[in-house]
Design a protein around this ligand. Structure first.
Ligand SMILES: Cc1cc2nc3c(=O)[nH]c(=O)nc-3n(C[C@H](O)[C@H](O)[C@H](O)COP(=O)(O)O)c2cc1C
Length: 199
């Protein structure tokens, strides 16, 4: 029986990592379930390069067991050319054993992203992250328009999942609106995991 929602992300400059923390706070608002925040290592074109098993700072690296045993999943990546970043895709490509055993079937999942520019591909990235989760049989959740900030935001925030506009140099802070939508998604995901009795 699992008692956590996995917040699994990759972040190079910190924006997606900040979003992950905001989503985790929303998860922790729900009784009886907690957030487990994990990241993935960089990938390198130099095949001999091997990362330390524990990162120097920030969240620990995810294992397949973290994913297999979760009650739900929030998956986050910076946008790279309108798609998810390679390190996250690399990790997903190691999950065949979970696909074969059906370990993630019927578990709730959601996605989040950060971009440099407002029209730089938030929605395409979010949808690209949904595709492998559908193959795994997960139940995808977005952000409903009952979160009325979706109607007015001039920053991040989409019905496909929370997003952040980081700006050209990727230094803009996560705004109150973006943070609110992250938190709302985390809470909703955790509530659904509890309601589905996946814990
Ligand atoms: C290789 C590469 C490709 C990128 N492609 C896009 C893009 O298609 N659209 C966009 O708006 N930003 C793009 N960016 C910018 C990042 O998405 C943006 O800086 C993001 O906020 C970084 O998130 P992080 O702080 O979690 O690493 C790209 C950055 C890199 C390094």
């Amino acid at each position: 029986m699992s008692d956590y929602v996995l917040v699994l992300y990759y972040s190079r400059y910190g924006a997606t990592a900040e979003m992950a923390q905001r989503i985790a706070r929303g998860i922790e608002e729900v009784a009886g379930i907690e957030a487990r925040v994990r990241t993935v290592p960089e990938v390198s074109a130099v095949c001999e390069a091997v990362e330390d098993t524990i990162p120097e700072q920030g969240a620990p690296y995810a294992t397949l067991d973290d994913l297999r045993d979760c009650a739900g999943l929030a998956l986050g990546s910076p946008t790279r050319f309108g798609n998810m970043a390679a390190p996250l895709k690399h990790f997903i490509d190691t999950t065949s054993s979970l696909w074969l055993s059906g370990a993630l079937i019927d578990k709730p999942a959601a996605v989040f992203t950060s971009t440099a520019s407002l029209h730089g591909g938030q929605e395409t990235t979010l949808i690209s992250m949904m595709l492998p989760l559908l193959h795994h049989g997960m139940i995808l959740m977005g952000v409903p328009y009952s979160e009325t900030d979706l109607l007015t935001t001039k920053e991040g925030g989409t019905p496909y999942g929370p997003s952040h506009l980081a700006g050209e140099d990727s230094k803009l802070p996560v705004t109150d609106t973006e943070a609110k939508l992250c938190r709302a998604l985390g809470k909703r995901l955790a509530e659904k995991a509890v309601a589905l009795n996946i814990r």
